[in-house]
Design a protein around this ligand. Structure first.
Ligand code: DUC
Ligand code: ZN
Ligand code: ZN
Length: 488
């Protein structure tokens, strides 16, 4: 065996999405170059002893918002420096945030802007999804095809939010572009008119507190939009991924679609496993901390989400990290003490650092999920869905040496003061876990040693995504398309 290893991680209980095996992991030039027993060290080889510890692939957080421009005065707490530092300390080595097109802006301009935000600041590797909010002819026929060619192979569309939403006709056109050029489409499924209708009625009778956020976006709002998105994708014949699925009614639609043989993927997030509408109803304005969309539901819905993780309904668990300060920030949840009516509370919760630990502790160590499922949900499947596999998301010869060594079986209490994001709270304050990353390695370099962040702003590399295999339409007979495409 080669003696040229830079690093050997010894005696790992290594987990992939398929297997769990004991091995040494040999690393050269930032990549895994050998998996084996008793790998031989050279004179300059460093060693890490992982005896008795699980080692998993570095997390791939494929849904997070970092330094995303908001409508003033709202402002995200994290920039790429703090957001990716927090990711690294929580075991995530690849992030895929969004380059969000503002209305009137080109998508390429949004991408250029995001590169400026990330360069010199990101300490883990990153790719970008595109958010398409203004699908002009130029965007659809020139910018998107060219960006897909350049490695931006996924986009998110919104069915709600005034500044982002697309109507059904625009969604159909965008799905067609994705089908033609091989991109994966992520859908935020909530019915915007229903939300406006309910919001106006609640505000008219003075129901303005954070808890009414949940009542303005009840499950049917998500269920209807989920069904509509599935139907539009069926008509165009293209796979879609429903993001941040919150509960039973949306799950039911996805199961129905799968039963029909439709190619529908689904993502959920820790907030739908660990938060409920009761958190929105905390005394005073504190419920604002947990305001996100779709809103957290109830215990019964949490159980349905756990079931969907266990039985394969969900392909990914991402954080939907959308960090806003709570106190003393004119751009945060309280808008600098103004405590706005619920529709004006910035939407989102911080969670990039807690995602992996929460799922390992409450999923794997409770027996709800296997370790292999954990790996699939937190790393492998996202890498596959977005064209980064096998460079990212697995432990294999040739893959980047992105690894997490786990502490398990000793209590770890989540405290915001110990986290590394810039937000001034975590919705999981005080929660006791039984698992936490003891060490994170990015391309063979230790970036978190269990106590300190050891990474470097600017060390994160931009990743060009391949066209995902998962975005390819299945061969299906489509009568309308046959008539459109035939010559006579
Ligand atoms: N909802 C989103 O769609 N994105 C950011 C956060 C949120 O709550
Ligand atoms: Zn969303
Ligand atoms: Zn989001």
């Amino acid at each position: 065996m080669s003696t040229a290893f830079d690093l050997i991680v010894r005696n790992a209980q290594a987990a992939t999405a398929a297997d769990l095996f004991r091995c040494d992991i040999g690393i050269t030039g930032g990549r895994i170059t050998a998996l084996g027993e008793s790998l031989q060290a050279g004179p300059n080889t460093r060693e890490i002893d992982a005896a008795g510890r699980f080692v998993t692939p570095g997390g791939v957080d494929s849904h997070c918002h970092i330094d995303q421009p908001m409508l003033p005065p709202v402002r995200m707490a994290d920039d790429f420096e703090t957001g990716t530092r927090s990711a690294a300390c929580g075991g995530t080595t690849t992030v895929i945030p969004f380059a969000a097109q503002q209305k009137g802006q080109g998508v390429q301009a949004a991408v250029d802007d995001y590169h400026r935000r990330a360069e010199g600041k990101a300490s883990v590797d990153y790719a970008f999804h595109l958010i398409v909010s203004d699908p002009t002819p130029m965007v659809m026929s020139e910018e998107l095809p060219s960006l897909i060619d350049k490695g931006y192979t996924s986009f998110k569309l919104y069915m709600t939010y005034e500044d982002m939403k697309l109507d059904d006709r625009q969604i159909l056109e965008l799905l067609e572009v994705a089908r033609l050029h091989g991109a994966m489409v992520m859908v935020h499924a909530e019915n915007t008119d229903a939300i406006t209708y309910l919001t106006e009625r609640l505000l008219a009778v003075g129901k303005t507190a954070p808890r009414f956020h949940g009542l303005s976006r009840p499950s049917p709002v998500e269920r209807e939009a989920t069904h509509r998105a599935i139907t539009l994708a069926e008509l165009v014949d293209v796979p879609i991924l429903l993001v941040h699925v919150s509960g039973a009614e949306a799950v039911e639609q996805i199961r129905w679609a799968r039963g029909k043989g439709l190619n529908v993927f689904a993502e959920t997030c820790p907030q739908y496993l660990f938060l409920t509408q009761d958190d929105l109803a905390l005394p005073g304005f504190h419920g604002a901390r947990c305001v996100c969309s779709p809103p957290p539901r109830d215990k019964a819905n949490q159980q349905v989400i756990w079931d969907g993780l266990a039985d394969g309904l969900f392909t990914v668990l991402s954080s939907d990290h959308a960090p806003f300060n709570y106190d003393n920030d004119a751009g945060g949840k309280r808008l600098g003490g103004r405590e706005p009516e619920f529709p004006y509370i910035p939407n989102g919760v911080p969670g990039i650092e807690t995602r992996m630990g929460l799922l390992f502790s409450e999923g794997v160590l409770t027996g709800r999920l296997t370790l292999q499922q954990f790996v699939a949900l937190t790393a492998t499947n996202a890498a596959r869905l977005y064209g980064l596999y096998p460079r990212k998301g697995t432990i294999a010869v040739g893959s980047d040496a992105d690894l997490v060594v786990w502490d398990t079986g000793m209590p770890y209490t989540i405290r915001n003061e110990a986290l590394h994001h810039a937000a001034d709270y975590t919705p999981y304050e005080g929660r006791e876990l039984q698992a936490w990353p003891a060490m994170t390695l990015l391309r063979g370099e230790v970036v978190w040693d269990g106590k300190r962040f050891l990474g470097r702003a600017g060390a994160g590399q931009f990743l060009h995504c391949e066209r995902p295999e998962a975005a390819r339409p299945r061969p299906r007979e489509q009568s309308w398309r046959r008539w459109v495409e035939m010559d006579a």
